[in-house]
Design a protein around this ligand. Sequence first.
Ligand code: DGY
Length: 323
Amino acid sequence: MQKKRVFLTRTLHEFALKELKKKYQIEIHTGKIPIPRNVLERKIKNIDGLICFPYDKIDSELMDLGSNLKVISTYSVGFDHIDINHAKKKKIRVGFTPKVLTDATADLAFALMIDVVRRVSEGDRIIRSGKWRQIYGAYDYIGMDLQGKTLGILGFGRIGSTLARRAKAFDMKIIYHNRNRISKNKEKTLGVKYVSQNKLITQSDIISIHVPHTSETDQMFNKEIFKKMKDSAFLINTARGKIVNEKDLSLALEKKIISGAGLDVFEFEPISKNHPFMKIPNIVLAPHIGSSSKETREEMAKITVKNLNLGINRKKPIYSVGF
Ligand code: DGY
Protein backbone atom coordinates (compact mmCIF):
# COMPACT_ATOMS: atom_id res chain seq x y z
CA MET A 1 0.00 0.00 0.00
CA GLN A 2 1.23 3.45 -0.83
CA LYS A 3 2.32 5.53 2.13
CA LYS A 4 0.30 8.63 2.99
CA ARG A 5 1.91 11.90 2.06
CA VAL A 6 2.92 14.54 4.58
CA PHE A 7 4.30 17.96 3.81
CA LEU A 8 6.23 20.15 6.26
CA THR A 9 6.50 23.87 5.56
CA ARG A 10 9.89 23.77 7.28
CA THR A 11 12.00 21.21 9.04
CA LEU A 12 11.49 19.79 12.53
CA HIS A 13 13.76 17.95 14.99
CA GLU A 14 15.56 14.88 13.63
CA PHE A 15 13.71 12.51 15.98
CA ALA A 16 10.39 13.84 14.72
CA LEU A 17 11.39 13.48 11.06
CA LYS A 18 12.59 9.93 11.73
CA GLU A 19 9.24 8.98 13.17
CA LEU A 20 7.34 10.59 10.34
CA LYS A 21 9.50 8.86 7.72
CA LYS A 22 8.65 5.43 9.16
CA LYS A 23 4.99 5.93 8.38
CA TYR A 24 4.70 8.47 5.60
CA GLN A 25 6.19 9.74 2.44
CA ILE A 26 7.39 13.10 3.67
CA GLU A 27 8.55 16.23 1.94
CA ILE A 28 10.10 19.22 3.71
CA HIS A 29 10.19 22.72 2.31
CA THR A 30 13.79 23.93 2.50
CA GLY A 31 13.63 27.20 0.60
CA LYS A 32 12.51 30.65 1.60
CA ILE A 33 10.79 30.97 5.00
CA PRO A 34 7.88 31.40 5.26
CA ILE A 35 7.08 29.13 2.38
CA PRO A 36 5.93 31.13 -0.68
CA ARG A 37 2.20 30.90 -1.23
CA ASN A 38 2.48 29.46 -4.76
CA VAL A 39 4.68 26.60 -3.51
CA LEU A 40 2.27 25.75 -0.71
CA GLU A 41 -0.65 25.90 -3.15
CA ARG A 42 1.11 23.38 -5.37
CA LYS A 43 2.11 21.04 -2.56
CA ILE A 44 -1.22 20.95 -0.75
CA LYS A 45 -2.92 19.36 -3.75
CA ASN A 46 -1.36 15.95 -3.20
CA ILE A 47 -0.99 15.54 0.54
CA ASP A 48 -2.86 13.81 3.36
CA GLY A 49 -1.27 15.74 6.19
CA LEU A 50 0.29 19.18 6.64
CA ILE A 51 2.72 20.30 9.34
CA CYS A 52 2.80 24.09 9.46
CA PHE A 53 4.09 27.01 11.52
CA PRO A 54 2.57 30.26 12.77
CA TYR A 55 3.73 32.21 9.70
CA ASP A 56 1.91 29.99 7.22
CA LYS A 57 -1.50 31.35 6.30
CA ILE A 58 -3.79 28.36 5.94
CA ASP A 59 -6.98 29.90 4.63
CA SER A 60 -10.10 28.52 2.95
CA GLU A 61 -8.76 28.87 -0.61
CA LEU A 62 -5.69 26.88 0.29
CA MET A 63 -7.68 24.15 2.05
CA ASP A 64 -10.00 23.87 -0.95
CA LEU A 65 -7.00 22.87 -3.06
CA GLY A 66 -6.16 20.00 -0.71
CA SER A 67 -8.69 17.43 -1.79
CA ASN A 68 -6.97 14.64 0.20
CA LEU A 69 -6.05 16.78 3.19
CA LYS A 70 -7.11 15.19 6.47
CA VAL A 71 -5.09 17.04 9.06
CA ILE A 72 -3.27 20.30 9.68
CA SER A 73 -0.87 20.02 12.58
CA THR A 74 0.59 23.34 13.63
CA TYR A 75 3.82 23.60 15.57
CA SER A 76 2.39 26.33 17.80
CA VAL A 77 -0.17 27.06 20.47
CA GLY A 78 -1.58 29.92 18.39
CA PHE A 79 -3.85 28.95 15.50
CA ASP A 80 -4.96 32.36 14.27
CA HIS A 81 -3.15 31.59 10.97
CA ILE A 82 -5.61 28.78 10.23
CA ASP A 83 -9.24 29.21 9.14
CA ILE A 84 -10.65 26.86 11.76
CA ASN A 85 -14.29 27.18 10.66
CA HIS A 86 -13.42 26.20 7.13
CA ALA A 87 -11.33 23.26 8.33
CA LYS A 88 -14.29 22.09 10.38
CA LYS A 89 -16.62 22.40 7.40
CA LYS A 90 -14.23 20.31 5.31
CA LYS A 91 -13.73 17.79 8.14
CA ILE A 92 -10.02 18.55 8.27
CA ARG A 93 -8.62 17.98 11.75
CA VAL A 94 -6.49 20.74 13.25
CA GLY A 95 -3.93 19.96 15.95
CA PHE A 96 -1.95 22.50 18.02
CA THR A 97 0.56 22.42 20.89
CA PRO A 98 -0.77 24.02 24.09
CA LYS A 99 0.37 23.26 27.67
CA VAL A 100 3.96 22.26 26.88
CA LEU A 101 4.94 25.86 26.15
CA THR A 102 3.13 27.48 29.06
CA ASP A 103 6.16 27.76 31.36
CA ALA A 104 8.56 28.84 28.65
CA THR A 105 6.24 31.61 27.47
CA ALA A 106 5.45 32.81 31.01
CA ASP A 107 9.21 32.84 31.68
CA LEU A 108 9.80 35.00 28.64
CA ALA A 109 7.03 37.44 29.59
CA PHE A 110 8.68 37.71 33.00
CA ALA A 111 12.13 38.10 31.45
CA LEU A 112 10.91 40.97 29.26
CA MET A 113 9.30 42.55 32.27
CA ILE A 114 12.45 42.54 34.43
CA ASP A 115 14.57 43.52 31.48
CA VAL A 116 12.57 46.59 30.54
CA VAL A 117 11.87 47.87 34.06
CA ARG A 118 15.54 47.49 35.08
CA ARG A 119 16.83 48.60 31.68
CA VAL A 120 19.12 45.61 31.21
CA SER A 121 19.09 45.45 27.40
CA GLU A 122 19.23 49.22 27.20
CA GLY A 123 22.39 49.11 29.35
CA ASP A 124 23.81 46.36 27.19
CA ARG A 125 23.27 48.51 24.08
CA ILE A 126 24.90 51.50 25.81
CA ILE A 127 27.98 49.48 26.75
CA ARG A 128 28.34 47.82 23.34
CA SER A 129 28.10 51.13 21.55
CA GLY A 130 30.92 52.54 23.70
CA LYS A 131 28.64 55.13 25.33
CA TRP A 132 28.95 54.06 28.96
CA ARG A 133 30.10 57.25 30.63
CA GLN A 134 28.31 57.91 33.90
CA ILE A 135 28.81 55.34 36.63
CA TYR A 136 26.72 54.68 39.69
CA GLY A 137 25.23 58.16 39.99
CA ALA A 138 22.07 58.93 41.93
CA TYR A 139 20.13 59.33 38.68
CA ASP A 140 22.03 57.03 36.34
CA TYR A 141 20.18 54.20 34.59
CA ILE A 142 17.38 54.28 37.11
CA GLY A 143 14.71 51.63 36.71
CA MET A 144 11.69 50.48 38.70
CA ASP A 145 11.26 47.80 41.39
CA LEU A 146 8.83 44.99 40.69
CA GLN A 147 8.11 44.39 44.35
CA GLY A 148 4.84 46.03 45.40
CA LYS A 149 3.93 47.02 41.84
CA THR A 150 0.67 46.04 40.19
CA LEU A 151 0.86 43.56 37.36
CA GLY A 152 -2.24 43.50 35.15
CA ILE A 153 -2.65 40.24 33.30
CA LEU A 154 -5.00 40.51 30.35
CA GLY A 155 -6.18 37.02 29.45
CA PHE A 156 -6.00 34.53 32.28
CA GLY A 157 -5.57 31.19 30.60
CA ARG A 158 -2.65 28.85 31.16
CA ILE A 159 0.11 31.32 30.36
CA GLY A 160 -1.49 34.24 32.17
CA SER A 161 -2.03 32.25 35.36
CA THR A 162 1.50 30.82 35.22
CA LEU A 163 2.87 34.34 34.93
CA ALA A 164 0.82 35.23 38.03
CA ARG A 165 2.62 32.51 40.01
CA ARG A 166 5.98 33.93 39.01
CA ALA A 167 4.90 37.48 39.87
CA LYS A 168 3.65 36.38 43.27
CA ALA A 169 7.14 35.17 44.12
CA PHE A 170 8.34 38.71 43.38
CA ASP A 171 5.78 40.19 45.80
CA MET A 172 3.80 41.92 43.11
CA LYS A 173 0.11 42.77 43.35
CA ILE A 174 -1.71 40.91 40.62
CA ILE A 175 -4.94 41.93 38.94
CA TYR A 176 -6.40 40.17 35.93
CA HIS A 177 -9.13 40.45 33.37
CA ASN A 178 -10.50 37.53 31.44
CA ARG A 179 -13.67 36.75 29.53
CA ASN A 180 -14.53 34.26 32.27
CA ARG A 181 -13.67 34.97 35.85
CA ILE A 182 -11.87 32.07 37.57
CA SER A 183 -13.27 30.59 40.81
CA LYS A 184 -12.88 32.56 44.04
CA ASN A 185 -10.90 29.66 45.47
CA LYS A 186 -8.46 29.75 42.60
CA GLU A 187 -8.18 33.52 42.89
CA LYS A 188 -7.31 33.10 46.56
CA THR A 189 -4.72 30.41 45.93
CA LEU A 190 -3.07 32.45 43.20
CA GLY A 191 -3.41 35.71 45.12
CA VAL A 192 -5.03 37.51 42.20
CA LYS A 193 -7.92 39.96 41.92
CA TYR A 194 -10.43 40.12 39.07
CA VAL A 195 -11.00 43.62 37.67
CA SER A 196 -12.74 45.15 34.69
CA GLN A 197 -10.66 45.66 31.58
CA ASN A 198 -10.77 49.39 32.13
CA LYS A 199 -9.46 49.08 35.69
CA LEU A 200 -6.70 46.79 34.51
CA ILE A 201 -5.65 49.37 31.93
CA THR A 202 -5.74 52.32 34.31
CA GLN A 203 -4.36 50.72 37.50
CA SER A 204 -1.52 48.50 36.30
CA ASP A 205 2.15 49.39 36.55
CA ILE A 206 2.83 46.64 34.04
CA ILE A 207 0.33 45.08 31.64
CA SER A 208 1.07 41.68 30.14
CA ILE A 209 -1.04 40.54 27.20
CA HIS A 210 -2.18 36.91 27.08
CA VAL A 211 -5.26 36.96 24.87
CA PRO A 212 -5.42 35.37 21.42
CA HIS A 213 -5.48 37.49 18.29
CA THR A 214 -9.08 37.69 17.09
CA SER A 215 -11.23 40.31 15.37
CA GLU A 216 -12.04 41.63 18.87
CA THR A 217 -8.43 41.97 20.01
CA ASP A 218 -6.99 43.18 16.69
CA GLN A 219 -5.17 46.53 17.28
CA MET A 220 -6.73 46.64 20.74
CA PHE A 221 -3.75 48.42 22.29
CA ASN A 222 -3.92 51.72 20.47
CA LYS A 223 -3.54 55.39 21.32
CA GLU A 224 -6.79 55.53 23.30
CA ILE A 225 -5.64 52.71 25.57
CA PHE A 226 -2.11 54.11 25.92
CA LYS A 227 -3.60 57.42 27.05
CA LYS A 228 -5.56 55.61 29.77
CA MET A 229 -2.47 53.78 31.07
CA LYS A 230 -0.29 55.31 33.80
CA ASP A 231 2.57 57.29 32.29
CA SER A 232 4.89 55.17 34.45
CA ALA A 233 3.45 51.91 33.06
CA PHE A 234 5.02 49.24 30.87
CA LEU A 235 3.48 46.96 28.26
CA ILE A 236 4.57 43.36 27.67
CA ASN A 237 3.37 41.35 24.68
CA THR A 238 4.21 37.69 24.15
CA ALA A 239 0.83 36.87 22.56
CA ARG A 240 0.41 38.17 19.00
CA GLY A 241 1.79 41.31 17.39
CA LYS A 242 -1.43 42.39 15.72
CA ILE A 243 -3.04 43.00 19.14
CA VAL A 244 -0.89 46.14 19.44
CA ASN A 245 -0.96 49.12 17.08
CA GLU A 246 2.77 49.54 16.56
CA LYS A 247 2.58 53.09 15.23
CA ASP A 248 0.60 54.21 18.28
CA LEU A 249 2.96 52.35 20.60
CA SER A 250 6.03 54.01 19.05
CA LEU A 251 4.45 57.43 19.59
CA ALA A 252 3.35 56.56 23.14
CA LEU A 253 6.93 55.56 24.00
CA GLU A 254 8.54 58.53 22.29
CA LYS A 255 6.16 61.01 23.89
CA LYS A 256 6.47 59.26 27.27
CA ILE A 257 2.73 58.55 27.39
CA ILE A 258 3.85 55.19 28.79
CA SER A 259 7.28 54.25 30.16
CA GLY A 260 8.39 51.22 28.21
CA ALA A 261 7.55 47.99 26.46
CA GLY A 262 8.85 44.45 26.05
CA LEU A 263 7.76 42.67 22.90
CA ASP A 264 8.28 39.17 21.61
CA VAL A 265 5.75 39.45 18.79
CA PHE A 266 5.17 41.96 16.02
CA GLU A 267 2.61 42.85 13.43
CA PHE A 268 4.85 41.56 10.63
CA GLU A 269 7.82 39.36 11.48
CA PRO A 270 10.72 39.74 11.14
CA ILE A 271 10.59 43.53 11.59
CA SER A 272 12.80 45.55 9.29
CA LYS A 273 15.86 47.48 10.42
CA ASN A 274 13.98 50.69 9.61
CA HIS A 275 11.12 49.91 11.96
CA PRO A 276 10.42 52.83 14.36
CA PHE A 277 11.04 50.52 17.36
CA MET A 278 14.73 50.31 16.41
CA LYS A 279 15.40 53.86 17.54
CA ILE A 280 13.41 53.76 20.76
CA PRO A 281 15.58 53.06 23.84
CA ASN A 282 12.83 52.09 26.30
CA ILE A 283 11.68 49.02 24.42
CA VAL A 284 13.06 45.49 24.61
CA LEU A 285 12.66 43.41 21.47
CA ALA A 286 12.78 39.61 21.27
CA PRO A 287 12.57 37.66 18.00
CA HIS A 288 9.40 35.64 18.78
CA ILE A 289 11.09 33.25 21.19
CA GLY A 290 8.27 32.65 23.69
CA SER A 291 8.46 28.89 23.33
CA SER A 292 12.12 28.68 22.32
CA SER A 293 13.69 26.50 24.96
CA LYS A 294 15.20 23.19 23.96
CA GLU A 295 12.89 21.21 26.23
CA THR A 296 9.75 23.01 25.13
CA ARG A 297 10.46 22.93 21.42
CA GLU A 298 11.16 19.18 21.61
CA GLU A 299 7.86 18.59 23.41
CA MET A 300 6.10 20.69 20.79
CA ALA A 301 7.61 18.55 18.04
CA LYS A 302 6.44 15.35 19.76
CA ILE A 303 2.89 16.68 20.03
CA THR A 304 2.90 17.98 16.48
CA VAL A 305 3.73 14.46 15.26
CA LYS A 306 1.17 12.81 17.56
CA ASN A 307 -1.53 15.23 16.43
CA LEU A 308 -0.68 14.50 12.82
CA ASN A 309 -0.71 10.72 13.37
CA LEU A 310 -4.19 10.87 14.84
CA GLY A 311 -5.67 13.38 12.42
CA ILE A 312 -4.36 11.63 9.32
CA ASN A 313 -6.33 8.58 10.44
CA ARG A 314 -9.45 10.71 10.90
CA LYS A 315 -9.07 10.62 14.68
CA LYS A 316 -9.16 13.55 17.05
CA PRO A 317 -5.67 14.98 17.75
CA ILE A 318 -4.54 15.09 21.39
CA TYR A 319 -4.90 18.85 21.24
CA SER A 320 -7.52 19.64 18.72
CA VAL A 321 -9.28 22.80 17.55
CA GLY A 322 -12.51 22.79 15.63
CA PHE A 323 -13.82 19.26 16.15
C1 DGY B 1 2.93 29.85 19.46
O1 DGY B 1 3.18 28.66 19.67
O2 DGY B 1 1.88 30.22 18.97
C2 DGY B 1 3.97 30.83 19.85
O3 DGY B 1 3.72 32.07 19.32
C3 DGY B 1 5.32 30.36 19.48
O4 DGY B 1 6.28 31.00 20.29
